[in-house]
Design a protein around this ligand. Structure first.
Ligand SMILES: Nc1ncnc2c1ncn2[C@@H]1O[C@H](COP(=O)(O)OP(=O)(O)OP(=O)(O)O)[C@@H](O)[C@H]1O
Ligand SMILES: [Mg+2]
Length: 266
């Protein structure tokens, strides 16, 4: 990587949400959400369809402006900044380097018509890498890490299977050594066996790279495998939060009990 990363003290939160709310007209899609996330911590946001999970993720990743409340993020220099106060260049820097965003639909996170190698290399060029050989070597290494046959490096993702696309999206996101990755239903739409392999891969990468991640999922198995902590949402509010095993094995709230017993539809 280009620059040594000065990691903040792990005792200090990486991201803090404070009283986050978002209204769409009269609909309160997200209501008064507060929590903090530490470096290396994986948080799952679960809840039924329409409960506000994706809205919250978009607020946290500065893609939506909150109606009330704030999100603060500890920049690489250790300074905590309100996302609303960031200039365009700082925001772009976060998206290019420090953050990753894995979309449910890989077509939203990849350029489907350019080669896999270019999809990964592009992120490096955006942060100033300009040596073709080095970019290609790094892209090759990342394809190997996400278990994509390196012989396919010059093929475009439109020729890839769903699982390969999702693994390529992960490589493209992780190549810049982000500290925080947002994921919205990263395994949705994949076959069960493909999901299992992807989850296993994500779990290993997250722990190897000490990545913090916020994963939106309606699949509790995903939360169970990947996350340290779970937040349960209903009607835009967080109704229960705690350590993943605690919440899933011994839920306090009746709604979470229903969710865990799979009585609620996904
Ligand atoms: N851009 C928007 N304009 C108006 N309403 C919106 C918008 N985005 C989301 N909503 C509404 O906000 C509520 C929460 O939606 P959101 O997409 O956050 O739910 P979700 O938990 O991600 O659901 P799913 O599991 O189906 O993806 C829903 O009632 C939705 O219709
Ligand atoms: Mg959603």
């Amino acid at each position: 990587m280009s620059e040594p990363v000065t990691t903040p003290d792990d005792d200090q939160p990486l991201l803090i949400a404070d009283g986050l709310s978002k209204n769409f007209g009269r609909l309160a899609a997200c209501r008064d959400v507060s929590f903090s996330l530490h470096p290396g911590e994986v948080l799952a946001i679960v809840g039924e369809s329409g409960s506000g999970k994706s809205t919250l993720l978009q607020l946290l990743s500065a893609q939506l402006a909150p109606s009330a409340g704030s999100v603060s993020y500890r920049m690489r220099d250790g300074v905590l900044r309100d996302l609303a106060s960031l200039g365009e260049a700082e925001r772009r820097f976060l998206f290019r380097t420090d953050w990753g965003y894995v979309h449910q639909d890989p077509a939203q996170g990849l350029r489907m018509a350019v080669s896999a190698g270019a999809n990964v290399g592009e992120r490096l060029m955006a942060i100033g890498w300009n040596h073709y050989g080095r970019i290609r070597d790094t892209a090759t290494t990342w394809l190997e890490r996400v278990e994509i046959d390196v012989g396919r490096i010059d093929d475009a993702p439109k020729t890839y299977s769903g699982g390969m696309r999702q693994r390529l999206q992960i490589a493209r996101n992780l190549v810049t050594a982000p500290r925080l990755v947002f994921m919205d239903e990263p395994t949705g739409g994949l076959d069960v066996s493909v999901q299992a392999r992807l989850l296993d891969l994500m779990r290993n990468l997250v722990s190897e790279l000490n990545l913090a991640a916020i994963v939106v999922t309606h699949d509790l198995a995903v939360a169970r495998l990947l996350s340290h902590r779970v937040m349960v949402m209903k009607g835009g509010r967080v109704i229960e939060t705690g350590l993943t095993d605690q919440v899933l094995d011994d839920p306090r709230e009746p709604y979470t009990q229903l969710l865990v017993s799979s009585i609620l539809p996904p």
